[in-house]
Design a protein around this ligand. Sequence first.
Ligand code: COA
Ligand code: AMP
Length: 632
Amino acid sequence: MSGIRDAHARSLEDPEGFWGEAAEEVHWFRRWDRVLDDSRAPFVRWFPGATLNTAYNALDRHVEAGRGEQAALIYDSPVAGVTATFTYAELLDRVARTAGGLAALGVEKGDRVLIYMPMVPESVIAMLACARIGAVHSVVFGGFASQELAKRIDDACPKLVLAASCGIEPGRVVAYKPLLDGAIAASHAPPERCVVLQRPQARAALDPRRDLDWVEAFDGAAPAACVELAATDPLYILYTSGTTGVPKGVVRDHGGHAVALCWSLRNVYGVAPGDVFWAASDIGWVVGHSYIVYAPLLHGCTTVLYEGKPVGTPDAAAFWRVAEEHRVNVLFTAPTALRAIKREDPDAELPKRHDLSAFRTLFLAGERADPDTVVWSQRALGVPVIDHWWQTETGWPMAANCLGIEALPVKPGSPTLPVPGYDVRILDEDGRELGAGETGHVVVRLPLPPGCMPTLWENDAGFVSSYLERFPGFYQTGDAGHIDEDGYLWIMSRTDDIINVAGHRLSTGRLEEVLAGHPDVAECAVFGAADALKGQAPIGLLVLKAGCDSAPEAVVRQVVARVREQVGPVAAFKKACIVERLPKTRSGKVLRGVMQRMADGEPFAVPATIDDPAILDEILEALRGLGLAGGS
Ligand code: COA
Ligand code: AMP
């Protein structure tokens, strides 16, 4: 058997041969003219000339091949008190009818459909129904507030919005419809129609001029056939935080995506058709798109859709209960979920009470997997714990221990080696390549492999300026790290103003925008401080306008509420305080990095360019008051 290093080398030396072979796993209506077209580099197209349908590959072909009675989707919701299983035949029927209902509402190939829904089967059905007729879906995470939703509506200009009446968080029902109505009212590109799934926990008031009931619109609809789509047609847009307040619309194509996801499930995750794969994430994130919905179904697996939390629904044994009940073979989650479980069950007593004999591997991603969590999980579960690294932009892992090819020794804290297709390099500020052990910008030599974003939605210039301009010939990941002498990659931090809170990516620029919108705030800075549970937590420092007579505590309370209202609860913005001034360089740049190191109690160098070093004492005091920088 050839090893991972050989596979990696071959993927870079002969990408067309490598991915052409991988593409044999996908059903094509028409084969490609070329595997890779880079004649318009840096814009590249995978499998031009080919046609396929992603939903056909995810459902119809498995039913035709005799998997009709196999479970395709297991819905497990401790918060709704419901468990339901859909076979491939049943899921196909629901998807085809929903696709027919979308078509009857005038949705055509290329139209955008925005999905603002929680973790219910109808969300998965809606995504696949769009794929079936060539509509481009854009799922918005339920934890985002109206303003964030409005920005995404304005950018995607959806013809239709699909929503649920509510989501269910532990201890509270989140009514989605008022948030949606608010977003549509604020939007410059309101959709023609909204179709609303009424959940019994909170029914929504429908506006008869615009809103339709889900059951009426879809359940009786005539099934729609699969539309033949170009490999290069867009399947979806997924918005992610950039460094500014404007989210980036990451585009995914049909062909490269199907090829990369099938390949990854077999080769990275070591999963075979028929296995039970559970990604404990949310369909609003890329992990949910790739590994709850598309990859497991494309590969003929059973996927688990879990509407609950790792703790509190009802307890820290929830993951092990689900794994036992549904005979889960592979679980994928974020390290923060394991930290939450570990906090409640430090001696790992709970996994022992469950039959985890089917459970083979735990995969972690979404944030840096700290070695403590990796080691604790290995001991608690007695299975390999595999950290792997990727981003919304790539859609599938850039670095991993590829269990389907060759299992390498785990080094806790490293996601192991670059995955085939990704030529990962470390560059210094001037774009010079660094050697083993030297920390710098983590970049990927172009072209990116199939499945990675071909561009940003209707924003080719933004794609180039955000990712390709800084280091010509390379894709800039925005992460910093190094490669060690064994070729293992270590991802240590971001190089930009993005922070990672509980595996969710947040823009500090966006949070600052909201704080600065408070009438009493003259200046502000947001940075991420280490948090034992969530990895990082956002911290806000505020300078009040001269002559402001509001009580400082009131302003802090108000900005915390503003972030929740304008960005959403998922920002988890809880800590802020007032300071006299912000530390800056003489040219006026706010020293966020210095404040972050102070907050984390790490040594920091006072920059020679600092305007007024004395200010740091005041900042230290303020951070201590927030329980940071060694304060209690
Ligand atoms: N709709 C509405 N609100 C939501 C939401 C949703 N879909 N998802 C989260 N929220 C809310 C939460 O209720 C919480 O509100 P609160 O401030 O009233 O408590 C807030 O957003 C922050 O959520 P979260 O960061 O998830 O924290 P938590 O305290 O609820 O849970 C963990 C902590 C660690 C259990 C949780 O973060 C977790 O399971 N994370 C997994 C991360 C993950 O799946 N990442 C995806 C990438 S793989
Ligand atoms: P997102 O696009 O929201 O999935 O966030 C991607 C970012 O999360 C990456 O650019 C990293 O900063 C971080 N990240 C994801 N997985 C890992 C990992 N395994 N190790 C370190 N950082 C990670």
